[in-house]
Ligand binder design. Structure first.
Ligand code: NAD
Length: 276
């Protein structure tokens, strides 16, 4: 992939799935990598792959919800490489459960990781991205940041929030004349561990939900997802949709307005038994 040689790229949640694939694809494209995750085992595996490619890599355990640690980390990445060009705020978790039966702590946890993790990463790295003269913020939302489905209110809320935050940031950077591009990414179903790592409201069988996701909803490989993201970054796209599912669902939502809600709930209940 063109346009990444010599760039310093930060990837959160790089120990698995899309984050791991992004780090590998960036390394192959000549980028220098700062990778982090709470999953240190997966992170070590990613580091090994990057070293085999020959990419300079800085590896750290980082919980994206820990704001002070994130600031210390951003300073250390800048110190280590001398500059920072790109941050991929990718770390995320999934949770299933109707609002009626979800605990406040479950909803807060999803917002902490999936929304505040993105805000933390954006804020602590923004001064360095501006300083680089060639910065890019890439925030991973979801198709669930384009429309809502039953059983996913917490995740929907976090991913809609990521979209709102990121779209505003893109306009701010343009108005301020800052050299920072901004991209929101909306993956459809990607074959990663996200559903297997999912938590759920009491009484829901996450094994069954994960099997359904893996068999019926996840259609794109993480490698393909990473390539689509990097292509969008290279082209400075405001919005990147990943997968035919994401593109079709986006069209339906745009064509029907709020009318999609009458279609998606019953349709998804066939695929997500017990999710509502
Ligand atoms: N897989 C999909 O179908 C899909 C669809 C839409 C959006 N997404 C989004 O893509 C991103 C990557 O997910 P994935 O599918 O690769 O899942 P994944 O579970 O394979 O990878 C997510 C990584 O984030 C890490 N993580 C979780 N909480 C963390 C925290 N507090 N601090 C740091 N790291 C943390 C996990 O340890 C894991 O390595 C997420 O934001 C997810 O919401 C995924």
């Amino acid at each position: 992939m063109e346009g990444f040689a010599g760039k310093v790229a930060v990837v959160t949640g790089a120990g698995s799935g899309i984050g791991q694939a992004l780090a590998i694809e960036l390394a192959r494209s000549g980028a220098q990598l700062a990778i982090s995750d709470v999953n240190t085992e997966g992170l070590a595996a990613t580091e090994e792959r990057l070293k085999a490619i020959g990419a300079p890599v800085k590896t750290d355990r980082l919980d994206v919800t820990e704001r002070e640690a994130f600031q210390v980390y951003a300073d250390a990445v800048k110190e280590h490489f001398g500059k920072v060009n790109q941050i991929y705020n990718n770390a995320g978790i999934a949770f299933a459960g109707d609002v009626e039966v979800s605990q406040f702590k479950d909803i807060e946890r999803v917002m902490d990781v999936d929304f505040w993790g993105v805000v933390n990463g954006t804020k602590v790295f923004l001064p360095y991205l501006i300083e680089s003269g060639d910065g890019h913020v890439i925030n991973i939302s979801s198709v669930f940041g384009l429309f809502s489905v039953p059983g996913q209110a917490a995740y929907n809320a976090a991913k809609f929030a990521v979209r709102g935050f990121t779209e505003a940031l893109r306009q701010e950077m343009v108005l301020a004349g800052h050299p920072v591009k901004v991209t929101t990414v909306h993956p459809g179903g990607i074959k990663t561990g996200i559903a297997r790592n999912m938590t759920a409201a009491e009484g829901l069988d996450t094994t069954e939900l994960a099997q359904t996701f893996d068999k019926k909803l996840a259609s794109t490989s993480p490698q393909k997802a990473a390539r689509v993201i990097l292509d969008g970054v290279h082209k400075n796209k405001a919005r990147v949709l990943i997968g035919t599912d994401a593109k079709v669902l986006d069209l339906i939502v745009r064509a029907t307005g709020s009318g999609y809600q009458r279609l998606f709930g019953p349709a998804l209940s066939r695929f997500m038994p017990g999710a509502h």
